[in-house]
Design a protein around this ligand. Structure first.
Ligand code: FAD
Length: 360
């Protein structure tokens, strides 16, 4: 069975890897280079607790399940690619600056709520203006840039093919088969998966299968500490940002900007991220900016993932993961690959593309 996947981000590669392992003939079309879009730009947090503040019940359940799948998913990627991806379950501190925020955290999770002194004992870089912090020892992270490279390698080792610098421009149904058109070729396929991130709705089709795209720009910074200073040991959330220790640097993220497909870096975002981070950890003022980048999150009109078969038979989508595409990767790989294979898949009806009136 010939399967075409459009987009070599974490979603397309994870599903493709599962399908290739199941023996399918899988070709991933990638308009640029594999795993260089949102998958590269992300912070790599696997943060079901911290992100539950933005999620509904279906999404929280999906996030928790995916977080449980992560250790085995990471181990298999490393074993099959021969590359390390830096999966670590180091926990996260979610800091509250007011009593109200602390109460909200208490309502959001059953995890331990630390006093301000206990939080500072765990993370000495925290400043004085906090009232407490939620400590979740199970929040994790992965080096998302290493993950993208390793997934591409595991996929190819499992027998999959990637055609880079080849964009899908149109999908058609011809004699009951799907045909994907690129500038170079027409590819007939039994099944097609659109996993093109924020650009998933940009592929030309005779009928709409996805709602209007909602790319959400995120700018991030990486700081390097002065000599002799160590970055925090765990992820820290607070003051509107998150701080992620990664390979001797501290990542600060991220802005949320509705500016279409623009990924320009702005001084305004740099200043906002720096101010917020320094508000949380005052000594960061002496750390140097090592890198500034931006990526586009694949948003959806209701901010929930869009997963499953579309109104066109054998045409599937995996997009709309918004802020959580790294966290969701194992669960998306599991459910979407099973749907494509026609085997029983866990319930994800709440994420069906047909929930949007414009494509039902
Ligand atoms: C700043 C930032 C921080 C983030 N932090 C986190 C985090 O900590 N944890 C988390 O879980 N998530 C995080 N995310 C979200 C996460 O990065 C995304 O949800 C996830 O990477 C989406 O993966 P994807 O494979 O769908 O899209 P992408 O990684 O964007 O991949 C889509 C691919 O499709 C290709 N493509 C597009 N159009 C076509 C076409 N027509 N033909 C062929 N190929 C095409 C693109 O070139 C790209 O390679 C963050 C995102 C950003 C921007």
């Amino acid at each position: 069975m010939k399967t075409i996947i459009i987009g070599a981000g974490v979603a397309g590669l994870s599903v493709g890897w599962k399908l290739a392992q199941a023996g399918l003939d899988v070709l991933v079309l990638e308009r640029a280079q594999p795993a260089r879009a949102a998958t590269w730009a992300a912070a790599g947090m696997i943060a079901p607790t911290a992100e539950s503040a933005h999620a509904n019940a279906d999404e929280t359940q999906f996030a928790r399940w995916s977080a449980e799948l992560w250790p085995e998913f990471a181990a298999q990627i490393e074993a099959q690619s021969g590359r390390q991806i830096g999966y670590r379950r180091d926990g996260a501190l979610i800091v509250a600056a007011t009593q109200d925020a602390a109460e909200q955290l208490r309502a959001q999770s059953t995890k331990t709520l630390l006093t301000a002194d206990e939080a500072r004992a765990r993370e000495p870089l925290l400043g004085g203006n906090i009232v407490g912090a939620l400590w979740d020892s199970e929040e994790a992270q992965v080096d998302n840039r290493a993950l993208g490279i390793a997934l591409a390698s595991a996929f190819v080792r499992a027998g999959g093919k990637i055609s880079s610098n080849e964009a899908a421009v149109r999908i058609e149904v011809r004699d009951d088969r799907l045909v994907v058109q690129t500038p170079f070729a027409l590819y007939p396929a039994d099944k097609v998966l659109i996993a093109a991130g924020a650009w998933s709705g940009e592929i030309e089709m005779d009928v709409a299968v996805l709602p209007t795209a909602r790319p959400v720009k995120g700018e991030m910074l990486a700081l390097i500490p002065p000599q002799g200073t160590l970055p925090p040991k765990q992820v820290v959330w607070g003051n509107g940002v998150y701080l992620v220790p990664r390979e001797g640097r501290l990542l600060i993220g991220a802005t949320m900007e509705d500016t279409g497909f623009d990924t320009a870096l702005t001084d305004k975002a740099e200043a906002w991220l720096t101010d917020r981070a320094v508000g949380l950890m005052p000594s960061l003022t002496s750390w140097k900016i090592d890198e500034h980048w931006a990526g586009l999150r694949p948003g959806s009109p209701d901010n929930l993932p869009i997963l499953g078969e579309t109104r066109i038979k054998n045409l599937f989508v995996a997009t709309g993961q918004f802020r959580n595409g790294i966290l969701f990767a194992p669960a998306i790989a599991e459910t979407v690959s099973r749907l494509i294979l026609g085997s029983a898949a866990p319930e994800i009806r709440g994420f069906a593309p047909q929930r949007f009136a414009e494509v039902s």
